[in-house]
Design a binder for this molecule. Structure first.
Ligand code: FAD
Length: 466
């Protein structure tokens, strides 16, 4: 486990740089945000000939959501995949999951360049596991993961140490408040260096890599009024961590006339505690009345939408003694996230559900599970009935996970106005950007997109400023 202190020590040289003296020079490129999108842009701009790169990060530590991410990176990989795959198939999958609302040309760039990114990260220092996995929200096994248990951390550290080694400067605790323009072109940023200290910093180009807006309740309810303060985020499920995902790219670019794309599509995760299984077939979901309301084999998006319509926007996940529960069972029982009961009656009483209703729900389900058919909700996979005590059950609440949309951009990662014209000198990449994912995101492709368009932004910004 890596502590925040270690992360800060890892970037100590950057921390010591005095912000005020950084404000005096003109940089080739200023990058706002130190997640994988911003750090990819930094590495790529240096590799493309940038002489002076400044990364500004408002938090006291680097990494944003990237550093806490599970770390699955979706890519077509002729070296490691032992089955037929192609960028075309990956694109088809992205479009299917995105409801064909994606900007196809941009999504195609991610798929076409995904293997290049795997090799590029390897050159920067990432070591990949040889076996690829299929994520829960993916349609094909193409998820790469680095060979330690801290994958997101590994990507951030590899990119950051490359960037710092090659001359990039990093300022922590430095929030970019606004963009400076001259004749419509972005020429710098205004950054606050702490209490009452706001300074202009100038650059040939500015790259916004500020992440999504999942942590900004006001902004997320503007785009999806259902997602109020009662929902935690997956980056901060217990509400006790710093989370910089406040949609600053949107706040800064809207006054310049930038267009937004698909900001209303905010990805939720319906499982963040009470469910024990990580596979389909061994459990059922019931609402607070003890009734099923959705197919347990549906997508996260469909399950989340169905949960939003339930009383209290919660559900119970129920399994029994026959399923494979994984290593978390002991700890979940200990802190009562998951409960155990020796009969349906006892379970119903703990859940405050009418016993006859829950009995009927289970009887009906078990009858269908025995013949592998669900005429009511059309579940497509059954591994067992739920009939052998003890029963295990836990409450599940929705968590806000990922912003599928954000600031609109083009194939060079340049920010676009509503009329489609480019805002010169301004780039966006990573979760701050919108258009790639349509109404839902394929598993593992948020990181791929952040790497691909971070790399593109870094290179293009230098070609324009040289
Ligand atoms: C728990 C979790 C697990 C995930 N797992 C996966 C996965 O396995 N695969 C996958 O593809 N995706 C995953 N994701 C999504 C993925 O991690 C993110 O979409 C991605 O990391 C976003 O990268 P980014 O660089 O765009 O933003 P971030 O990594 O969030 O970085 C943005 C940075 O910008 C800083 N910032 C914001 N505003 C300002 C400002 N005004 N001035 C200065 N700095 C600013 C923030 O503090 C932050 O450090 C996961 C997300 C979470 C929360």
């Amino acid at each position: 486990m890596i502590s925040r202190r270690q992360i800060i020590i890892g970037t100590a040289s950057a921390l010591m740089a005095p912000g005020l003296c950084f404000a005096k020079k003109k940089w080739d490129v200023i990058i706002v945000g130190s997640g994988v999108a911003g750090l990819s842009a930094a590495v790529s701009s240096l590799q493309s000939g940038a002489k002076s790169v400044l990364i500004l990060e408002k938090s006291p530590v680097i990494g944003g959501h990237s550093i806490v991410s599970t770390g699955y990176v979706s890519a077509v990989d002729p070296k490691r995949q032992k089955y037929k795959d192609s960028p075309e198939l990956m694109l088809e999958n992205m479009l299917e999951i995105g409801g064909h609302k994606n900007d196809t040309a941009l999504a195609e760039i991610v798929c076409q360049r995904s293997f290049e990114i795997i090799n590029w990260l390897e050159d920067v220092g990432v070591k990949w596991e040889p076996t690829l996995l299929q994520t829960a929200a993916g349609l094909f096994p193409r998820s790469h993961i680095s060979n330690t248990v801290r994958a997101g951390y590994d990507y951030v550290m590899a990119l950051n140490s490359y960037a710092i080694r090659h001359g990039a400067k990093l300022l922590l605790n430095t929030k970019v408040e606004s963009l400076i323009t001259e004749d419509g072109r972005v020429v710098g940023v205004t950054a606050s260096l702490g209490k009452d200290q706001s300074v202009p910093m100038y650059a040939g180009a500015v790259i916004l890599a500020t992440g999504g807006f999942t942590a900004n309740v006001e902004m997320r309810t503007r785009f999806d009024p259902r997602l109020g303060p009662e929902f935690a985020t997956t980056a901060n499920p217990f509400g006790n961590a710093y989370d910089g995902a406040t949609g600053d790219a949107i706040t800064m670019t809207e006054p310049l006339g930038a267009a937004l794309k698909d900001a209303q599509y905010i990805q939720l995760i319906p499982f963040w505690g009470g469910r024990l299984l990580d596979y389909v077939g061994g459990d059922i979901f019931v609402n607070k009345h003890g009734k099923r309301f959705v197919s347990e084999s549906a997508s996260w998006k469909e399950i989340s939408e169905a949960v939003l319509k339930q009383p209290d926007k919660e559900m119970w996940a129920i399994t029994d003694s026959q399923s494979r529960k994984g290593a978390s069972l002991g700890i979940k029982l200990m802190n009562q996230v998951v409960r155990k009961a020796n009969s349906v009656q006892e379970m119903a009483s703990i859940m405050h559900v009418e016993p006859s209703v829950l009995t009927q729900t289970l009887d009906t389900y078990n009858r269908h599970a025995k013949i592998n058919e669900d005429p009511i909700f059309h579940k497509n996979r059954f591994t067992q009935t739920i009939s052998v005590p003890p029963y295990y059950f836990g409450i599940e609440r929705l968590c806000v996970h990922f912003c599928c949309g954000g600031v609109r951009f083009n194939k060079n990662a340049q920010v676009l106005r509503k009329d489609g014209s480019v805002i010169e000198g301004l780039y966006v990449c990573g979760e701050a950007s919108g258009g790639l994912h349509g109404h839902d995101r394929m598993g593992g492709v948020a990181l791929t997109s952040a790497f691909v368009f971070g790399k593109i932004a870094g290179k293009h910004s230098i070609s324009q400023t040289a």
